[in-house]
Design a protein around this ligand. Structure first.
Ligand code: N2P
Length: 398
């Protein structure tokens, strides 16, 4: 009601100004017709914008990664705003990108990784944010904002959701048992990428992420190449490496691996730091004696950095802005971290983070480990195709 009242006031003000102007026109006979037209157009636009805002139904359609939200994040927002949230999930940037590119997703909020977003921005798939509606941007860690600004000029389209890194999750006891007389390697990536280790771990189950753009960067890194290389020959080298371990991989998974780790049906997973910590927590909660660890990035790793964005054709962009602003509150940010074990964008959220998490060095990385993270770089279209082709050959075993 209040909103409608203020819209009415705005419209009446514009009409009054227009009438005043036409009165002056009598005095000032030189006011051009063109100027009057421009003014009338402004009036129409103001009315249309006001009406659109007022008419936006109380619905918000969110498309986010699975296992990436607090238990009451959505329900608290719904209670507070009266906006009904519909929440769908995906497991890879490839899936999200295909949907965004096809258009008409009906989604108001999506959460691409920052190396995928630049092509989406360039293609006009993401909407510019109206920052006047986002006062809580003041809470965002300036370092993260600066990192995002490197791929999104002036932070026009993206706001950090959460961050972590790609790593190996292990079932500590099963891995030790399967390795037998082989000691744990100094470089923990050997467990997956050195066939001497992978061949042994096959017996207790190996899973890798079901996404080309998540598997190639660590494989390149292990092969001594830049994780986001732009040189086609490097992808050949990574392909060769992946071929050597293909026989030992039993599962390709972007989310199911969490439960598989937690219940002991696999012992090694190439996954994301937070997800592996979720698996650890599920095993603890189940009391099944399974001990899962997310390996910190001692030998380098790729950073996972995901950001909220509003699709260009979002049906409820104003509700989307309300959501982004709500998510940026330090308490809400802590609620995400406490549930999914990824670091958030708000330095002020620290007092609300559960004390038990503060000791987890795979979540709150040491300064040295942080330095070992490689910030994802945007793919060009040809490289993205190469990433996808290399991965498909790996997965299908050709
Ligand atoms: C959520 C995993 C998201 C991290 N479970 C990869 N972007």
């Amino acid at each position: 009601m209040q909103k409608w009242y203020s819209i009415k006031v705005q419209i009446v003000t514009i009409i009054t100004q227009l009438t005043d102007r036409s009165k002056k026109t009598k005095k000032d006979a030189d006011m051009s017709i063109r100027e009057n037209f421009r003014y009338a157009a402004c009036l129409c636009l103001a009315m249309l914008t006001a009406a659109a805002q007022a008419q936006e139904e109380k619905v918000l359609n969110i498309y986010n990664w699975s296992d990436y939200i607090g238990p009451d994040t959505v329900s608290n927002f719904e209670k507070e705003t009266g906006i009904k949230v519909r929440y769908d999930v995906y497991d890879s940037n490839e899936v999200l990108n295909a949907k965004l590119s096809a258009g008409n997703t009906g989604y108001d909020i999506v959460v691409p990784s920052v190396n995928w977003a630049p092509l989406q921005i360039k293609a006009g798939l993401l909407r510019e944010l109206d920052k006047r509606q986002l006062p809580n941007l003041a809470y965002v860690d300036p370092q993260l904002q600066a990192m995002l600004a490197r791929i999104d000029t002036d932070n026009r389209h993206l706001v950090t959701w959460l961050w972590g890194y790609t790593t190996l999750g292990i079932n500590v006891d099963k891995v030790r048992a399967a390795l037998g007389n082989l000691p744990m390697p100094a470089n923990s990536w050997d467990l997956l990428f050195d066939s001497k280790y992978a061949a042994r771990l096959q017996s207790c189950g190996i899973s890798v992420l079901d996404s080309p753009s998540e598997v190639l960067p660590p494989a390149l890194l292990y092969a001594g190449k830049p994780a986001y290389s732009k040189a086609p020959a490097d992808y050949q080298a990574a392909g060769q490496l992946l071929k050597t371990i293909r026989p030992y991989i039993g599962l390709f998974s972007g989310s199911g691996y969490i439960n598989d780790l937690a219940n002991g049906s696999i012992c090694l997973a190439l996954g994301w730091s937070g997800d592996i910590n979720i698996a650890r927590q599920r095993a603890i909660a189940a009391g099944n004696g399974v001990h899962i660890e997310a390996l910190p990035p001692r030998n380098g790793s790729t950073m996972v950095l995901d950001a909220m964005a509003i699709p260009a054709d979002a049906p409820h962009p104003n509700n989307a802005l309300k959501w982004i602003n709500y998510i940026l509150r330090p308490q809400v940010q802590a609620g995400l971290t406490n549930q999914v074990y990824y670091a958030n964008a708000s330095l002020q959220s620290a007092p609300y983070v559960a004390p038990a998490l503060a000791a987890n060095t795979s979540l709150f990385l040491s300064a040295d480990d942080k330095r070992r993270l490689i910030v994802p770089e945007p793919y060009s279209l040809p490289i993205r195709r190469l990433v996808s082709r290399t991965y498909t050959r790996f997965k299908t075993g050709f």
